[in-house]
Write a protein that binds this ligand. Structure first.
Ligand code: ZN
Length: 149
C-alpha cells in the first residue's frame, strides 16, 4: 500500500511540476475562469469543440499541487472524448473524490486522486478544473465558476 501511495504522490508531483496542456487555446470562445476561494486556486479552462467532441482542452492559472495536477490529468483524459463521455467520467470522478466509492481500475490515471476524499478541504481543489470544464460543456460560459456556490 505504501508503494502505491508513493506512486500516486509521484504522479501528482509530476503533473504539478510538468502540467500537461498548460497553455491557452487562442481561437476558442469556450473558456471559463474557475476559482476556489477556500484554497486560492485560480484556473482558466479552454476547450475547442468539433462535432460534440472535445478536440482540444487546456488550462492556465495557478493553484496548489492538487488543483494543478487534477487539471493536468483532466486535460489528458478528456481530450478526444464526446461531451456525454466527459460528463460520465466527471460523475464517476466526482463520486470518487467525495465518497471514495470508485472502480479504481476503470478510473485509470484519475485513481491517483482517490485519496482526496479523506481530506474534505482538498476535494474542492481536485474538483475545480472539472467543475469549470463541465460548466463550459453545459453552456454556462458567462460566469466565474466558484466552488463556494
Ligand atoms: Zn487548492
Amino acid at each position: 500500500m505504501d508503494d502505491f501511495r508513493d506512486l500516486y504522490q509521484q504522479l501528482i508531483l509530476d503533473h504539478n511540476q510538468n502540467p500537461r496542456n498548460f497553455r491557452e487555446i487562442p481561437d476558442t470562445d469556450l473558456l471559463l475562469d474557475g476559482h476556489n476561494p477556500l484554497c486560492g486556486d485560480r484556473i482558466k479552462v479552454y476547450i475547442r469543440r468539433g462535432d460534440k467532441r472535445i478536440t482540444d482542452i487546456s488550462f492556465t492559472g495557478s493553484g496548489c499541487a492538487i488543483s494543478k495536477a487534477s487539471a493536468s490529468i483532466m486535460t489528458t483524459i478528456l481530450k478526444g472524448k464526446t461531451f456525454d463521455e466527459a460528463k460520465k467520467i466527471f460523475d464517476n470522478f466526482h463520486r470518487m473524490i467525495t465518497t471514495g466509492d470508485a472502480n479504481l481500475e476503470e478510473m485509470g490515471k484519475l485513481a491517483v486522486l482517490a485519496g482526496v476524499h479523506q481530506f474534505p478541504a482538498r476535494v474542492k481543489c481536485a474538483a475545480l478544473a472539472w467543475h469549470t470544464a463541465m460548466s463550459i460543456l453545459n453552456d454556462k460560459t458567462h460566469d466565474i465558476v466558484s466552488t463556494e456556490t
